[in-house]
Design a protein around this ligand. Structure first.
Ligand SMILES: [Zn+2]
Length: 163
């Protein structure tokens, strides 16, 4: 009699545990953001630069993920897809990425997260002092002259997060 009770209790516990696990996994599945490991350090860099300027970045709360894909359209290096229900997606063109310098990569991530996280639109203003693009958020490489460097990076990031 004793062993019957123990056996059934164990069975019940295991079933309950299994059910619990299935429920936890089922819930978690919807919330998992799958940012490509290649992009993770750059997403973290964006969050760190934002934090330095008083902006808290939580990609899970904001529901933003980053993906590497082959973008078919020519001259499109990256994209931000906004969708209220599904995760917002930053999509980076693999070929462009693989042939880019470190600063080009940073520019692309900051630009796309400028759309996806900061909700910024394009901004083609020219800085009269430098005759260069005033913002990382310029629309195309032809819009104004732009070259992200060690020297102007801070100012561009101040502008990006300061809007
Ligand atoms: Zn853009």
């Amino acid at each position: 009699m004793k062993s019957w009770n123990v056996k059934n209790f164990t069975k019940f516990s295991l079933s309950a545990l299994l059910l619990g696990l299935i429920m936890v996994m089922g819930c978690a599945e919807e919330d998992i953001l799958e940012t490509d490991p290649i992009l993770v350090p750059y997403f973290e860099m964006f969050a760190e630069e934002a934090a330095l300027r008083g902006i808290e970045v939580d990609y899970v709360a904001a529901n933003i993920e980053g993906l590497m894909q082959e973008i078919a359209q020519p001259n499109v290096l990256g994209q931000c897809f906004r969708n209220e229900e599904k995760p917002r997606k930053v999509v980076i063109d693999i070929d462009y990425w693989n042939n880019s310098s470190e600063f080009d990569k940073q520019f692309l991530i900051f630009h796309e997260l400028g759309h996806c996280f900061l909700d910024r639109s394009h901004d083609d203003r020219v800085d009269p002092a430098t005759s260069q693009c005033a913002s990382i958020m310029h629309s195309t490489p032809q819009a104004c002259s732009f070259n992200l460097t060690e020297n102007n990076r801070e100012a561009y990031l101040d502008e990006l997060f300061g809007q």
